[in-house]
Write a protein that binds this ligand. Structure first.
Ligand code: ZN
Length: 419
């Protein structure tokens, strides 16, 4: 039987996949094809990336345009944290859909089914299958077909939890009779530790090695499974990290630039996304946009600023009120451990800690936009490297092609070579 497995190591930068730092992943390059210009989405954050992996589309199409985003509810823009378990049911009530495009779980439901294991935020896990076509396992609660509640994964959101989750995932995929056609495992590390530790510090590199060893267990298990099945194995990440050099109160900055009244009236709203900000406008707020875009572009804390007429270039659109994507100021300078890529970050929503000197992502900086991807199996040349730009949205069509299923309505394309 043809099956596919996707293994994601959240937040692992492509330049960290080396024989010294991640020996198992580096060795996997010998049997897989390596994609040297793989890119994340914008903003380069996990809930958006998860939705793009799940649907094979950009945020303009799937509708999850930020880790934090605003929904227009009763004429007012309200900012939501997509990571909370209640967000997708809320979006379904407000807009009629949890996600606006079908997921891999839906596409594969009648062709062998899907099992998802994720150790990131609940919201990022549930975007893989909000409508209950397959199985999703998460520490905040698991779901079976028909959105039937199943026991939560008994794991913590750390490397030990990733290991335990991997035990269960491999048991599922190795089962003779009940293994699904598509299995995805999304490890929380190294992302979780990178938010709390300086990139390249000894503590960070130790967890990176442990995550690499755990990835090696999945690679080994797939080798055993190939005695039985024709398996496509995609191993990659969703985004990289930059080092945070400053945390900017973007709302306060916009007030200083003269937009306090529009912010106070709710006609302009800021949704923080790590090293990026999404700025939304109501109909009334739209008058302010030309001046806002000009002034933000000149601010020292802003890097690339993408206004409404150019949002399509980054896979976004203004259909839900998004007016401005701000990638915060970034450079390729090094942190104190010699790791390049520095960024300013947006002050997070209330209650979350600022993380000066640690990792963050969300913007268009070089390293946050450099996730890795390797694919092993039919249609991929062992040890070869591909240099053309590829994106997270290419995973779904690649897997559907391997499974022999149609892939209409996707933004990406199948990456396999013609046989
Ligand atoms: Zn992530």
């Amino acid at each position: 039987m043809r099956r596919a497995i996707t293994l994601i190591l959240d937040g692992l930068r492509r330049d960290f996949v080396t024989p010294e730092l991640t020996p198992r992943l580096a060795a996997f390059r010998d049997s897989a094809e390596w994609f040297s210009a793989h890119r994340s989405v914008a903003p380069s954050v996990t809930r958006v990336a998860s939705s793009s992996v799940a649907t094979g589309t950009y945020p303009a199409a799937h509708g999850i345009e930020g880790n934090a985003l605003a929904l227009l509810e009763a004429g007012r823009l309200t900012v939501h944290d997509v990571g909370l378990p209640e967000f997708l049911p809320h979006r379904r009530r407000v807009t009629g859909h949890a996600l606006d495009r079908p997921t891999m779980a839906e596409r594969v439901a009648d062709h062998g089914g899907t099992v998802i294991y994720s150790n990131v935020s609940p919201g990022a896990a549930y975007v893989h299958d909000p409508d209950g076509h397959g199985h999703v396992f998460h520490r905040a609660g698991s779901r079976g077909p028909g959105r039937v509640d199943l026991p939560p994964l008994p794991v913590k959101g750390n490397i030990d939890g990733d290991r335990l989750m991997t035990d269960q995932f491999l048991e599922t995929m190795l089962a003779d009779e009940t293994a699904p056609a598509y299995g995805l495992i999304w490890m929380g590390e190294p992302d979780t530790c990178q938010h709390a530790l300086p990139l390249g510090s000894p503590e960070h590199l130790e967890i990176l090695r442990a995550a690499d060893a755990n990835a090696g267990r999945v690679i080994d298990a797939v080798r055993r499974l190939r005695d039985r099945d024709d398996i496509l194995l995609a191993v990659g990440s969703d985004h990289g990290h930059q080092t945070v050099t400053a945390v900017i109160d973007v709302v306060g900055e916009l007030e200083r630039l003269g937009f306090g009244a529009a912010l106070a009236a709710g006609d302009l709203v800021v949704a923080p996304n790590g090293t990026a900000a999404l700025i939304y406008a109501t109909e009334r707020g739209r008058d302010q946009l030309p001046a806002l875009a000009d002034q933000v572009a000149e601010a020292a804390w802003a890097g690339e600023v993408v206004a409404a007429d150019r949002l399509a270039e980054i896979g976004q659109d203004d259909g839900r009120g998004l007016a401005l994507y701000v990638s915060m100021a970034a450079s390729e300078d090094e942190n104190s451990y010699g790791v390049p890529g520095l960024s300013q970050a947006v002050k997070p929503m209330a209650g979350k800690a600022d993380r000066l000197g640690c990792g963050q992502h969300g913007g268009l900086g070089r390293y946050e936009q450099s996730p890795f991807l390797m694919i092993e199996g039919d249609g991929f040349a062992a040890g070869a490297a591909r240099t053309e730009p590829t994106s997270l949205v290419d995973l779904a069509p690649t897997i559907l092609a391997h499974l022999g299923l149609p892939a209409e309505g996707l933004s990406g394309r199948a990456l396999s070579r013609p046989s």
